[in-house]
Design a protein around this ligand. Structure first.
Ligand SMILES: [Zn+2]
Length: 303
């Protein structure tokens, strides 16, 4: 599915001997492609039993209800429950988390509302990991890869050693920031994925918004995305060397990267700032006004 001229969305079905799993279900408008994947699984005698969810962004859950209506079970990370259950909460927290800076315009609502389907009652909520047995030795292992969102799952098919990711490794060449709402967790996930693909000798990594690739190419991508995360971190720190509001820090990070300022990056910059404050590396000098604490003036603890 072409989401925009620059951004594609890939959909994946994992077919076992008895059952199949869709990894994510696209947007509501992706229905014809979902039907193709369901038909493919049916032809193989392994009807789709699971919607193996990576995360609760609208372009990953748009046909979950449709799948449930056909007897499918929605399996998702604990923490995505309310975004699944309430599309209004999802839309508000996805796009309008700081309405005094970026509020819902008619234009944006008209663009976003139709991309959300109705409420989804998740059947299985995954804390740390889960294994879905699809029959004939085809096993889909779900594990946490948080960072892009605070709760996200990766799905690994053990017999073919194919790893399917949603947005755990974010797009970095888009005209706007793809974004990450838990920067520390994101850094950890990038490191952990590098260990995982080597330890489990992953053959192919399939992703929602990148073309599928082999292990070496994927490891190179992880290095690039980690370097990009460092650049975002530096840009956020630069933006608050003098006390700066969230809005001006967000705008200056977007300018530094030549990216269109929109809601994803506003959430991302706010998350970076909150983590800097939580770690004692920045302080709030007024409501929503941040100031970097110079590292040279911080007390050095003897080792
Ligand atoms: Zn996403």
């Amino acid at each position: 599915v072409a989401l925009t001229p620059e951004i594609a969305l890939a959909l994946h079905v994992v077919v076992g001997e008895e059952r199949s799993a869709l990894v994510d279900s696209g947007l509501p408008i992706s229905r014809p492609l979902i039907d193709q994947l369901l038909a493919h699984a049916d032809e193989r005698g392994a009807p789709v039993r699971y919607a193996a969810t990576t995360h609760a962004h609208h372009d990953h859950i748009g046909n979950h209800r449709y799948l449930q209506s056909r007897g499918g079970l929605v399996v998702a990370a604990e923490g995505s429950r309310w975004w699944l259950a309430d599309p209004d909460v999802n839309l508000r927290e996805f796009a309008f988390h700081h309405p005094h800076i970026l509020g819902p315009t008619d234009e944006l609502l008209a663009e976003l509302r139709p991309t959300f389907d109705g409420p989804i009652d998740a059947d299985v909520l995954v804390g740390s990991s889960v294994v879905l047995d699809l029959g004939g030795g085809v096993e889909l292992e779900g594990f946490r890869v948080d960072g892009h969102l605070p709760s996200e799952l990766a799905w690994f098919e053990r017999s073919t050693r194919v790893l399917v990711l949603g947005d755990a490794v974010t797009g970095i060449d888009w005209p706007f920031f793809h974004g990450h709402l838990a920067p520390d967790a994101f850094r950890h996930t990038l490191r952990e994925l590098a260990v995982f693909v080597r330890e489990r000798d992953v053959a192919v990594v399939a992703m929602s918004h990148y073309a599928a690739r082999g292990q070496d190419d994927f490891l190179r991508l992880l290095t690039e995305v980690a370097a990009y995360l460092d650049r975002v971190d530096h840009a956020v720190r630069d933006a608050i060397r003098r006390p700066s509001t969230l809005e001006s820090a967000w705008r200056s990070v977007c300018t530094a990267f030549g990216k269109e300022p929109e809601f994803r990056s506003l959430g991302m910059v706010a998350a970076h700032l909150d983590e800097l404050v939580a770690r004692g590396e920045a302080e709030l000098t007024a409501p929503e006004t941040y100031h970097l604490i110079s590292t040279t003036t911080k007390t050095e603890h003897p080792q």
